[in-house]
Design a protein around this ligand. Structure first.
Ligand SMILES: Cc1ncc(C[n+]2csc(CCOP(=O)(O)OP(=O)(O)O)c2C)c(N)n1
Ligand SMILES: [Mg+2]
Length: 519
């Protein structure tokens, strides 16, 4: 048994049985070890952004980390943007980054770089696996670091000689104990209860992370029903359980003026696993903080603390246990007419009406996607995965990962065209793995949001050169050909009826389908 095999065995023993990979020479021993361990499912991504994004989507749905296998500093660097999104989603992940053999370092060979330096800003835990003798302990520590609440990015560097050398001691280390989510102080709960009782609708609870699941949301709904307070969530959330039978939160809008309007009557904002809301970007003359100046921010539970327990304690103290929460009932909008032209409103209505129960929706719809989230609030129960870190190019990869984590559930990805071009290689992995993914490609042949942002930031005198930076129609991208070239079936609907048929077909579980929707 060499170091690479010890690491694979450690990962499997620690419950990490899926590895998204884009390997090179320095990772060959890890790759070779995979054949001896069929329990480790290894999935090839043709760009590292697909690898890290898939590991993000996987963990959001599997509720445990995947491993990634990346090639030295440059391979890791290619995957950083989606590592950033994963970090913002509080996704647990174990990155294994191959590196040159330790004795090769002094030669500064072409692929040498400061891997630790590349990893550090995007990882919570980083370690150089210096020796085969310690690599199993390092692997187990990496899993523990990833599992630490609320979910963390752990990056373990695996020098080639650590991988190919046999450890003196073949012990496979178990994952050290992971701290449980600590309970929130009774005094803080009592303080929050006083504020909720006194403030009614001027008090908001801001939820995030683990509080966005059906159980804790139900508790939040009871608190709202019993006290009249409001329940909010940030613009982007890693995973939200929503739709019929669930309690719907008020999401803080992306657009600053809309966020200000949503929060204008809130005088006390109690944070339950969330940060105080701020604007995505600064704009001249607009505030960065979107709560009113006289709104008091009350941190109740931190991201890593026991959010469900906190809500339970509030329900108990407020006597809200017997108050029925206001849950959504299934109320789909009417389907557009079969011969109607495709419109954003029609698309949102069709998806809301046709979304199958248990679907996983990955949302990288950007401007063309804004209508889908409100429209689906009363759709059949489903999960919604947002782009959490604002780094576009996460949609197709996350869909890959989510589909691998939950093969029993259809995945729908609402995917803007410009963002899709960052990681279009994700389509190939969908075809190769036969994944149950329907890509709704929102094709406006443009970086439409940036046209609006140009005006929002007050940039003056934008001419054809500036506007040319936002147009994707010279030449237009043929998404059907692109999908087919990577083995994914594709259709381009001309009417709402065409779209509805394709959507039903796509979500029926026959492998990936791309619907190239002109918007
Ligand atoms: C990694 C990264 N690079 C660049 C950007 C800046 N950016 C934000 S939105 C956008 C274009 C989005 O275009 P598209 O995905 O087609 O959505 P649309 O605006 O057309 O709805 C770009 C380039 C970003 N957010 N992240
Ligand atoms: Mg676009």
């Amino acid at each position: 048994m060499n170091g690479a095999e010890a690491l694979v065995r450690t990962l499997l023993a620690g419950g990490v049985d899926t590895c998204f990979a884009n390997p090179g020479t320095s990772e060959m021993h890890f790759v070779a070890a995979l054949d001896r361990f069929p329990a480790m499912r290894c999935v090839l991504g043709l760009f590292e952004g697909v690898v890290t994004g898939a590991a993000d989507g996987y963990a959001r749905m599997a509720e445990k980390p995947a491993a990634t296998l990346l090639h030295l500093g440059p391979g890791l660097a290619n995957g950083l943007a989606n590592l950033h999104n994963a970090r913002r989603a509080m996704t647990p992940m174990v990155n294994v980054v191959g590196d040159h053999a330790t004795h090769h370092r002094i030669h500064d060979a072409p692929l040498a770089s400061d891997v630790i330096g590349v990893a550090t800003p995007f990882s919570h835990w980083v370690r150089m696996g210096e020796s085969a003798d310690t690599i199993s302990a390092d692997g187990a520590a990496a899993i523990a670091a990833a599992l630490e609440p609320p979910g963390r990015i752990a990056t373990l560097v695996l020098p080639a000689d650590t991988a190919w050398t046999d450890p003196k001691d073949p012990t496979i280390h178990a994952v050290p104990p992971v701290p449980a989510r600590p309970a929130v102080d009774a005094a803080k709960i009592a303080d929050a209860v006083r504020r909720i009782r006194a403030g009614g609708a001027s008090v908001g609870l801001m939820l995030n992370g683990a509080a966005m699941r059906a159980g804790p949301l139900d508790l939040a709904g009871r608190i709202k029903a019993a006290t009249g307070c409001r329940i909010f969530a940030p613009t982007s959330n890693g995973r939200t359980e929503r739709g019929a039978g669930r309690f719907a939160v008020e999401r803080v809008p992306y657009v600053v003026d809309m966020a200000l309007e949503t929060l204008k009557d809130v005088r006390t904002l109690i944070l339950v696993g969330a940060r105080a809301p701020v604007a995505f970007f600064a704009y001249p003359g607009k505030p960065s903080v979107v709560t009113p100046p006289d709104c008091e921010i009350v941190p109740l539970a931190d991201l890593h603390e026991d959010l469900t327990g906190t809500l339970e304690a509030l329900v108990e103290a407020l006597g809200a246990g017997r108050t029925a929460p206001p849950l959504q009932s299934f109320a789909p909008p009417p389907l557009p007419g079969a011969y109607d032209a495709i419109t954003p409103e029609g698309l949102a209505a069709a998806v809301a009406a046709l979304l199958p129960e248990g679907a996983i929706v990955v949302d990288e719809g950007i401007t063309g996607g804004r209508r889908f989230m409100p429209g689906t609030v009363a759709a059949r129960p489903h999960d919604w995965l947002n782009l959490t870190g604002g780094a576009i190019g996460d949609g197709l990869p996350m869909a890959v990962g989510a589909a691998i984590a939950r093969p029993d559930r259809p995945v729908v990805v609402l995917q803007a065209d410009g963002s899709a071009m960052y990681t279009n290689q994700g389509l190939w992995t969908m075809a190769r793995e036969g994944l149950n993914v329907t890509v709704v490609l929102l094709n406006n042949r443009s970086y439409a949001t940036l046209v609006g942002e140009l005006a929002n930031v007050g940039a003056k005198n934008a001419g054809p050169t500036a506007l040319g930076m936002f147009s994707l129609d010279r030449p237009a991208i043929d998404w059907c050909q692109m999908a087919r070239s990577m083995g994914v079936e594709a259709v381009r609907p001309e009417t709402m009826g065409d779209f509805a048929r394709a959507f039903v077909e796509g979500t029926s579980g026959k492998g990936p389908l791309l619907i190239d929707v002109p918007i």
